[in-house]
Structure formats: C-alpha cells, structure tokens
Design a protein around this ligand. Structure first.
Ligand code: BGC
Length: 749
C-alpha cells in the first residue's frame, strides 16, 4: 500500500509537462493529501546523535517523530547505510511517505579537507572555492548528505571573533565573488543530478559584526553601514540561486535573526526576491526566549511569521504552530508556503524520484579521500598560504639544507585541518614533517613546546582533536629543540593555534602565539640561527614580535588534508607563494575591530604618534600587514593605471611586470575612492581583482571596468545612488602600495 503511494508519486513525476509545471503539479497533488500537522512536520529539523556534535544535545525519538509525521529533515548523519535505513523508515513508516532532507556542515571539505575558508579566500581565486565545493558535494552526496550549511559569508572586521575562520575575510566585494563560487560548486544547476547538493548561505545577517568580537552578542549599526559593508555576499548568494538561507544567532537592531522581519521579509524576500527556504540556526527559535522575546509559543509565532520556514533543533514549530493557526495567530497559507518551499527543495534534489539516490556506499568507498581530490587539496592549499616576510630570500630552501623542524605542529595530523572539519577527523592528512620527507628533506623534528603552559587550556583548545600534553618540562623540551637546531642550517618553527581555537564559540582577547610556543620562539631566536616561522591558525594572529625577530614568515592558516605536502611545495619552491591577505593583520589585538576600507579621519595618523591625531598613544593605528598583502619568490612591478572614460563605464588598464627570475602568480587589485560625495566614503574600496601567472621578464596587461553601480553606495535612506564627480582609482599588489589616477566620471559634458 505504502509502496504504491510512492510509485504513484513517481509516475506523476514522469508524466507531467515542463519541469516547473511538473514540479508544481506534483507538489499540489502531494500537499492536497497532507493535513496541517503533516505540513508542519516538514518544517522540523533535528540532529542525529552520533560522532558529530554541532550544538547542545537534543533528546528526541526520531523514529516516533517520523511515524507521527513530525520530521522533515535531519542533520549530522553521515553513513550512507544508516541514511538508507532512516530514509527507508521515513518513506515506508511515515504517513506522508516523504523522504527526509539530510543536512550537514560541509564547510571546507567533507572527508578530503581544504584550507579553512578564510585561508582559501587568500587564494583570491574564486574558481578554487568552486572546485572545493564541487569535490565536497561529490563526497558528501555519496554518503547520503544532500544539504550543506555553507557557505558562511559573514564579513568580519574583528579577528578576536573565532568564526572569522569560516568566512572570506573583511571585504564584501571579494566575499561576494567567493559566495557565488561556493554556491555554484555545491549546487551546480540543481537539476537533480545525484552529486549536487543544496547550499545554505549563513548566517543572515551580520553575524560577523558581533559586539566585542564575542560570539552570539548583539549587532547594531546604521542601515547604510549594513548595506555598504556586510550585505552584498548574502545577496550575491541569493542571486546565484542559493536554495536556503540560515538566520543568525545575533540580534540586529534588537531582534535576533530568527525573528527579524526586516531581514527576512523586507530584504531577503522583498528586495532580493529569494524563493528558497529559510532555516533558523541551532536552537535559534528556542533561544528567542532567552533574548527575552516571550514565551515558547510567542516566539514560535514571531519567528514563523517573520519568515523562518524551518526550525533547527528546538522542536517548537511542531509543538506550537498548529495551535497558533487554530487561534488565528498564524495563517494556514503561511504554513502552506513554507511547506511548499521545503518540498520544492526535496523535489529539486530528485528525492521523490529516488529517496535513496544519495546512499552510494560503493561509490563513497572509492571517492572519499581519493588521490584526485587530495591532489586538488594540495594545489589549493599552496594557493591559500601567505608569505608575509622573506628577508634575504631565505626561502625557498635548497634540498641540501639541514632543517630543524621545531614546534607542536611539526608532526600534527589532526589540528592542521581546522575548524568545521566535517568527517575530516578520520581522514588521511599529511603532517608537515611527512611532507618535507616526501620532498627529500634532510630534517629532524622536536616538539619544542606544548600548545600552552596550562594543561587545562590546552585540553579546552584542542577539544575533540586532542593534542596530548607532553609531560616533559618546558626546559627539557626546549633543550631538545636547541640540540637539533645546533645541528641544522635553518630552523623551521611550526607554531600557532589548534583547530578548535578558532571557529564557533572560540573567541580570544589575546591574539599572540600562545605562551609556551612564544617561549620556544624566544629560545630559538637566542641561537642566532635563521628561523622560518610557519603559522597555523584560523584567524589573523598578532605577529609584531615575530615580524621583527623571524627571518621569514609563512602564514599557513589551517591548510587541510594536504598541509604537509603543500607547505613543503612552498618551502622548496616547487610552487611559488601567491596568497594575499583578505583580512588585515594588526599590530595589537587592541586595534580590533579594523577594516581597510574605513572612511577617512579628519585627523588621520601621519606616521607619528601624537595627541589630537587618530592614533593610539602606545601603538601605531595601521595594520602590520595590510589587506591584499602577500609576497612571492619573484617581484612584480605595477605600472601607472590608464583610464578611458566611456559612456557608462570607466575602463582601467595597467601592466604588471614580473621583474624577478622565476615565474609566479600576482594578484592585481584595483581600489576606488570617491573623492567628493554627499557622505564620507572609504579611503579605498576593492572593485576589481585578478590572479594571473606571469613568466619572468614578461608583463601582463590587466583590464578592469568600473560601472556606475561599482561607484554607487547606499545612502541613509537605503537608496543605492551614484554621484558623479572625481574618483581616485588605485592599482597595486595590496591596498597600501598602489599607483593611482584621478578621473571625472558621470558629469554631463
Ligand atoms: C552554527 C551553524 C551550523 C549549525 C549546525 C550552529 O551552531 O552556528 O553555523 O550550521 O550549528 O551545525
């Protein structure tokens, strides 16, 4: 009987006309047979108990909920056989026989892990982000997962906030390009091919602007600021056809994302025309009570009427919506609309045709952690690392150089994958040491130090990816490190943060290298040997002391599965470094929040600390390494930009010459400043970029176009306006070292 029901659905799918009509007719038919309660059941999402935990425990009887038609989606289930069993139960035992949507945080890889997103953004190559998303989708879908909670596109101006690791940095122009690329990679054309998955852009909105760089705090800012600095990447994802949007935990103008009508109705659905479904973040509906917005019933009504279609984890929708409909607090039509959106998503995935299409145990065994995916992970990791310093061209090293590899990340294989590692904890990962050996290195390793002196902190910081505490004293470990250093030509110090010291709920006030490792660095410095510092981290760290005392600094981020091979490729020059920063590195954590595209101060710092200037009495207010910055083993020379004013755009051209002796990739960047406007405008704003390889001695011409839209901004009425006048156009390898030209654009001649 149940099978017949399903077959009827399948037959229906096969016979209708065009895809859109076919889908609508199918869903009309399906919904006509559903009760109000069954429709509400589709709006409920719960986590499965298992290895992966992404929030507080939820105790629920999944089987019973399915039998009662009270569950539309589950998350964190990653075994294709288990997904099969659960899906079979849903299809055969529930009253509606509707397959489940299976979701998971596939953020920067599933089994094969790529660099954390902030690192990946430093590649300045959105095509690479698309490739990582494509591979992740292939791996995840073969294991039953058809919906990822990615990309995270929250712009962050504050490295104290641990979740800066998950986004694409501090600039919304670059962030938008990456947002589009991720959505494209995960979803493709969403035409029901079994290796495409739904993407979910998050955390809408402004989560990255949380007060004090502290997770889950409030956000309040002018609306013009929201739109000029934060909103574009969410909008870009919507324009790219993202299937779902996750609301933020934080308040915006006093109302948390899960209940924010302005964000969900006025902007997302109203202005941007989003037609997918909205899901709250983990317990986001329940937590509205903790924000003081009312009783469980009241917050349910508020959240649902504000535009939240699906409840992640709190079970409030199944508990309270039906009653609220009966009392007239929620319209039945709103339930119908939300249910339809979720059924549409399931339809697009092809789940009604074949509920088991994502359970491909055989295929998953072949592709997870495959050689091909690891080759991609290696290449992509090399593109994301940023060379910050390279005095006297100490890098690349010769194969004959004797290396003392020192530090807790020298042989680490767990924490190099970074936060939100999906199934990475059981993956195959290459340590730095192993990578050096693969490259024929002459190398000795010593641990040198623990992560930090306090064992309790070390345990907290390496949560679920443990780094065993070395029981030796700090002096003993340093002694061993100095011994191997004495036999070496160069020291490579592999230091930084464990994976879980960035990411959700991992904020810090002190962004220096943790104490025990810092002590190790000081001891190494006292040897007088050359030191190459390799930093593992999910956020920009404070490197003022290191910038003065180390000979080279290579910022590895958390590079993923192929960390060791990728690092060694750069260390030996198999690959020339080409990463450039997408978040400013500050001299002191006291400078945050900071963003390169701030408006001018009338009392701008002029290089000398003084009273009555926009400076700190104890620190220069500028970044240590600015947005866009990154070195190469070769050198590039940028020409003056040339502009041509066309009817509706400015064409900008400039040459970049590779003036060194080896080939390399440059990141050509174009910034703009509106010189006179009705409101203060940023000192510079990224408006074009391209990464390209240039042969030694050769030059390449870059051509960018600036339209009126590129030069427009949101005023205080939220009109997106273009004001004719003078614009300064700046081109260079980062936001500070640019050559410029000023042009008049838009005035009637
Ligand atoms: C995070 C989200 C994540 C969700 C599900 C939440 O705690 O904020 O980014 O997608 O958990 O795991």
């Amino acid at each position: 009987m149940k099978k017949i029901f399903l077959l009827t659905l399948v037959a229906f799918v096969a016979t209708a006309a065009s895809p859109g009509n076919e889908r609508d007719a199918f869903i009309d038919n399906l919904m006509s047979k559903m009760t109000l309660e069954q429709k509400i059941g589709q709006l409920n999402l719960l986590p499965m108990k298992g290895d992966v935990v992404t929030g507080p425990d939820v105790s629920a009887d999944i089987a019973q909920l399915l039998k009662d038609d009270q569950l539309g989606a589950v998350m964190n289930l990653n075994d294709p056989d288990k997904v099969y069993t659960l899906q079979k139960f849903a299809v055969e035992e529930s009253g509606t026989h509707i397959p489940l949507l299976i979701g998971f945080d596939v953020v920067h890889g599933y089994k094969t892990i790529f660099p954390v997103p902030v690192g990946l953004s430093c590649s300045w190559d959105p095509a690479l982000a698309e490739k990582t998303a494509r591979i992740s989708a292939m791996e995840a879908t073969s294991c039953g997962c058809a919906w990822t909670y990615a990309p995270m596109v929250d712009i962050a101006h504050d490295a104290r906030w641990g979740r800066i690791a998950e986004g694409s940095g501090e600039d919304q122009y670059l962030g938008s390009a990456f947002a589009r690329a991720y959505v494209k990679g995960f979803q493709g054309d969403l035409s029901g091919k079994g290796d495409q998955m739904l993407s979910c852009v998050k955390h809408y909105a402004l989560y990255g602007a949380s007060d004090g760089g502290l997770d889950y705090t409030a956000v309040d800012m002018s609306r013009a600021r929201m739109f000029n600095y934060y909103m574009a990447p969410y909008q870009a994802a919507v324009e790219e056809g993202v299937a779902s949007v996750m609301t933020c935990f934080n308040e915006v103008e006093g109302v948390p994302g899960a209940a924010n009508e302005f964000l969900l109705q006025d902007i997302l659905r109203g202005k941007w025309g989003f037609d997918g479904f909205v899901v709250s973040d983990y317990d986001g509906v329940k937590e509205l009570c903790k924000h003081g917005l009312g009783t469980p019933e009241e917050v349910t009504v508020r959240s649902f009427n504000a535009g939240n279609d699906m409840d992640m984890c709190s079970l409030y929708f199944v508990e309270y919506i039906a009653g609220a409909v009966k009392e007239g607090k929620i319209k039945e039509q709103t339930v119908n609309d939300a249910c339809r959106r979720i059924l549409e998503a399931k339809y697009k995935l092809g789940l009604f045709e074949d509920p088991y299409r994502f359970c491909r145990t055989q295929e998953s065994r072949q592709i997870l952690d495959s050689k091909e995916f690891h080759t991609a992970a290696r290449e992509i990791a090399t593109e994301s690392m940023v060379l910050l310093k390279n005095d006297n061209q100490i890098l690349p090293l010769k194969r004959s150089t004797r290396i003392a590899l020192v530090g807790p990340y020298g042989k680490e294989t767990k924490n190099i994958i970074g936060t939100w590692y999906a199934l990475g904890s059981s993956g195959r990962h290459v340590s730095f040491y192993e990578g050096l050996l693969h490259n024929g290195a002459i190398v000795e390793w010593a641990q040198g130090s623990n992560i930090c002196f306090d064992p309790a902190l070390q345990e907290l910081w390496s949560n679920r990816l443990p780094i065993p505490q070395d029981s030796r004293s700090s002096d003993e470990m340093i002694k061993e490190a100095l011994e191997i250093a004495s036999r070496s030509d160069v020291i490579i110090a592999a230091v930084g943060e464990p994976a879980q010291l960035s990411g959700e709920g991992a904020c810090r006030v002190d962004l220096t290298i943790p104490d025990a490792q810092k002590e190790l660095l000081r001891a190494l410095k006292s040897t007088g040997k050359k030191i190459v510092l390799v930093v593992f981290s999910g956020r920009p760290l404070e490197l003022s002391w290191e910038a003065e005392n180390m000979d080279a600094i290579l910022y590895a981020w958390h590079p993923g599965s192929e960390a060791g091979n990728a690092l060694s490729d750069l260390i030996y020059g198999n690959v020339n470094p080409s990463g450039h920063l997408t978040a400013s590195f500050m001299r002191s954590s006291g400078q945050y929040p900071y963003y390169y595209n701030h408006t001018p101060s009338a009392r701008q710092f002029n290089g000398k600390r003084a009273k009555f200037s926009s400076s700190y009495m104890d620190c220069d207010p500028t970044p240590l390494y600015p947005f866009g910055y990154g070195l190469s083993y070769t050198t590039f020379e940028f020409s003056e930009p040339k502009v041509k004013v066309l009817a509706d755009a400015i064409e900008v051209k400039f040459d970049v010459k590779n003036t060194g002796s080896i080939g390399g990739k440059t990141v050509a960047q174009m910034y703009v400043r509106d010189l006179s406007a009705s409101q203060a405008r940023p000192v510079c704003e990224l408006k074009g970029f391209e990464k390209a390889y240039i042969e030694p001695g050769k030059k390449k011409t870059f051509t960018f176009s600036l339209t009126r839209d590129d030069l427009s901004f949101y005023n205080n009425n939220l009109d997106f306006i273009f004001e004719p006048g003078e614009f300064k156009i700046m081109c260079g390898p980062d936001c500070e070292h640019t050559k410029s030209v000023t042009v008049n654009f838009g005035e009637k001649q």
